[in-house]
Design a protein. Structure first.
Length: 376
């Protein structure tokens, strides 16, 4: 009989294949992996080792906790970047765990240099990266601040970052002129930094940015969502494989004999003869993002719609069209798939829900799903 929680199946071999596809496309650049937010909700403790075995040596994390945990998942030769920089008082932990903080302000640069000097470390024993803002106005040194820092050659040499990076704001809009403006601003200062430090790595492109073309690649590209099945080719066919499937068990099945309101608010009234399936999984499990306002799934290969509001722990589907639903439910249990391939893919869900693919995927992170990893 089905368990009282959904099953999230993650194909690690597909994630590796997607990383290899990016590596083949950006064959003149180092290809890293962004595994922040628990590998976008799919489990960093499984994803990071799989990518490391495939040859990935550069990993990006969002928080100190993530980065410390991730450091233990990969080999000593891997570079682990901490995107959030240096939380107050964490300098010693960052060095101890061999993390590379991304410094995003002059204040952060100054604090890092002062702490490093006081603790007796240099750029080799306590490396850092620098991020600057080319048009997103989120985090990073202003262009003028980086110009000022580069103008102090001795100070730059003392900092000697291993990576200089920026972030594209609209890389999912291939024709948006903002991409070119950011690209040109990035490489103008990147070239100046390279003259001071030839071994410095430059990085601008995320998943969609990588597929804007080679003139965005720089020394290192940072795919995240593409690794997990999101299409990075704006308006084109996806070169990525789907990597996750979410299946929800049916907890109860009923055939109605009279008109019946369904769910909170009684916004939907089911009619006699309809067959309703209540599944384990609701908005506490991320289904509000996965299913959207006009949600549906597949039961025994038949498309079935959500009826009524999604509850915290359960969702109701109309399975009237599934001829064998009651027989299968009675014999072995019944499941409804809500994430997978075709019109259940990340791209299809994104279009349907008018939500970012990143939101759809990371919504599974909070779920109480039983996880199955394939290709380990």
């Amino acid at each position: 009989m089905n368990e009282n929680t959904g099953t999230l199946t993650i194909d690690l071999s597909a994630i590796v294949a997607n990383w290899c596809a990016v590596a083949a496309y950006a064959d003149s650049s180092v290809v890293s992996a962004v595994i922040k937010a628990d590998a976008y909700g799919l489990g960093a403790e499984h994803v990071a080792p799989a990518l490391y075995r495939a040859g990935c040596r550069h990993f990006f994390f969002a928080t100190l906790h993530e980065a410390i945990a991730g450091r233990s998942l990969v080999g000593a030769d891997a570079q682990c970047y901490l995107l959030s920089g240096v939380p107050g008082g964490s300098e010693a932990d960052i060095v101890r765990h061999r993390l590379v903080p991304v410094l995003s302000s002059l204040i952060a640069v100054n604090r890092w240099l002062a702490w490093r000097a006081g603790a007796g470390f240099d750029a080799g024993s306590a490396p850092a990266a620098v991020k600057f803002d080319t048009g997103m106005t989120r985090s990073g040194l202003a262009v003028a601040e980086l110009q000022h820092l580069l103008g102090e050659a001795e100070r730059w040499a003392k900092l000697s970052p291993v990576l200089l990076m920026s972030h594209l704001a609209v890389s999912d809009e291939a024709d948006n002129p903002q991409n070119r403006r950011q690209r040109d601003a990035f490489f103008a200062l990147g070239a100046q930094a390279k003259r001071l430090q030839p071994d410095l790595l430059l990085s601008l492109a995320n998943s969609c940015g990588t597929y804007l073309g080679r003139d965005y690649h720089a020394d290192l590209v940072r795919p995240g969502a593409a690794l997990y099945g999101f299409n990075p080719v704006v308006g084109g066919e996806s070169p990525m494989l789907p990597v996750a499937r979410l299946s929800l068990p049916v907890m109860s099945l009923r055939t109605l004999t009279e008109p019946s309101p369904v769910g909170y608010g009684a916004e939907y009234t089911a009619q006699p003869g309809q067959v309703l399936a209540v599944v384990a999984g609701g908005y506490a499990d991320g289904l509000h993002r996965i299913l959207g306002c006009a949600g549906y799934g597949y039961c025994l290969g038949v498309k079935v719609p959500v009826v009524g509001r999604i509850s915290m722990d359960s969702t109701v589907f109309d399975v009237t069209a599934v001829a064998d639903a009651r027989e299968v439910y009675g014999q072995q249990g019944l499941n409804i798939d809500v994430l997978g391939e075709g019109d259940l893919s990340l791209d299809a869900l994104t279009r349907r829900n008018q939500a970012l693919g990143y939101e759809v995927l990371t919504s599974v992170r909070s779920g109480r799903y039983r996880r199955i990893y394939q290709g380990e």
